[in-house]
Design a protein around this ligand. Structure first.
Ligand code: AMP
Ligand code: MG
Length: 403
């Protein structure tokens, strides 16, 4: 019999046991940083922009020269010059003068606002009519408005997104210190498994978990390595685990995690290191093992692909994030159940969910799946959880669906 832990306790045990396992850092070129975790705060050492610039095509003016003007009574100012893109303003503006400035162009000294071209007219002979009064600062971006020296632009632990890369580029940062991805070895065990490229005979199944867990680890921010299929048997699994631990920071073994005759994951972890838990009160996913071997986390995931999927999501993801010193939020939506969902087994229940909108309401259709199946989950938009102490939900209940 498994001594099951609640999911909450299991997460606590896992995180606590590996709180010292923090990945090292590495320096990457800026373009390679997407999705990576920043290893340190990024402080600006310069102003962006580094000159006052216009946010519109128009005329840079002294705002005071435009006060009181209107469509019917323009303020007439003298065109002092034209500012070209990519050049500084070579002149300054005196009272009664203006300068043409394109969007992003430099504002000449003396000007304190820009009037959009649409609110001006040219009378020839260098005379420009302003048809709308400007307040000081109108349509101007000042030196350092975006970033100024000392400003913390991005915080350590941030998962880099395209807009962050834009901000780093603006600062001239070409190389970034990021947390190295933990290398996660993936082993599939079972005499019945064949490669994805093979046609299974009766009694055989394709190795779904290697590919699925590879993708999952990638999405969690780790560096997956598929180590292949290991046939059932204690010695074979022990040898495969030993080899995996030489090059990996974490190992996921799927299959053989229960208490069957051919299930040796528990015994191998127990012999090689410390068994932290065997059994989690969740469905699917009960026969889950977590161990500490040579200071490295080793997971024994259930062989059923659906179970392996949820266990990876709920327990492997937070540990990888802890090793990366980051944490991401689940994205969820509230939706109304299209049918009742039962659950009365004292285990946290995970189900796939399909979302759709009708008459302005978001509905969720639960996907009933035996844990041996995977394709049902493949078309889902997300999943939802029925807590351990809840006997289920009535049709029409609003629940939270994790995307
Ligand atoms: P086990 O956890 O080894 O008892 O396996 C439970 C079920 O999951 C069995 O039906 C296995 O055939 C299946 N299974 C185990 N490993 C995999 C895998 N890598 N891909 C697909 N199915 C698997
Ligand atoms: Mg098996």
């Amino acid at each position: 019999m498994l001594q099951v832990k609640t999911p909450v306790d299991a997460i606590k045990i896992i995180k606590e046991s590996f709180k010292g396992s923090i990945s090292a850092t590495e320096i990457l070129p800026l373009h390679a940083c997407m999705g990576r975790v920043l290893a340190c705060d990024i402080h600006a050492d310069q102003n962006v922009p580094n000159f006052n610039r216009s946010s519109v095509d128009g005329y840079a003016v002294r705002a005071a020269d435009t006060f009181g003007c209107s469509d019917s009574m323009s303020a007439i100012v003298k065109l002092r010059g034209v500012v070209n893109m990519g050049e500084g303003a070579m002149f300054s503006i005196a009272p009664g003068e203006c300068a043409y400035v394109p969007t992003g162009g430099a504002i000449p000294d003396g000007a304190d606002a820009v009037v959009m071209l649409e609110y001006t007219e040219s009378y020839g002979g260098g005379e420009i009519g302003i048809l709308k009064p400007a307040a000081p600062g109108n349509n101007m971006v000042y030196i350092g408005d975006d970033v100024f020296p000392g400003k913390t632009v991005l915080k350590r632990g941030r998962v880099v997104r395209p807009e962050d890369i834009g901000a780093l580029a603006a600062l001239g940062i070409c190389e970034v210190s990021v947390v190295r991805k933990p290398v996660v070895g993936i082993l599939s065990t079972g005499d019945e498994l064949v490669e994805v490229s093979e046609t299974p005979s009766a009694g055989q199944v394709r190795d779904v978990n290697s590919s699925m867990l590879y993708a999952a680890v990638q999405s969690f921010g780790g560096e997956p390595v598929c180590l292949g299929i290991v046939r059932d048997g204690y010695v074979r699994l022990r040898n495969a685990l030993n080899a995996a631990l030489e090059s990996c920071d974490m190992v996921l073994i799927s299959g053989g995690s229960s208490v069957g005759q051919m299930d040796s994951t528990c015994a191998v972890i127990d012999e090689r290191g410390k068994l932290l838990l065997h059994g989690i009160a969740m469905k699917p996913g009960k026969p889950t093992i977590v161990g500490n071997v040579d200071g490295k986390p080793v997971f024994g995931l259930p062989g059923h692909p659906l179970a392996a999927h949820f266990v990876a999501k709920v327990f492997v993801k937070p540990l990888i994030e802890q090793m990366l010193c980051c944490s991401t939020r689940n994205c969820s939506v509230k939706a109304v159940l299209t049918e009742a969902v039962s659950a009365n087994h004292g285990r946290e229940q995970y189900s796939g969910a399909i979302l759709f909108d009708k008459d302005g309401v978001t509905y969720v259709e639960p996907v009933h799946s035996k844990s041996g199946l995977i394709s049902t989950l493949a078309g889902c938009d997300g999943y939802f959880v029925v807590p351990r102490d809840c006997e289920g939900y009535a049709k029409g209940t609003e629940i939270e669906v994790i995307i």
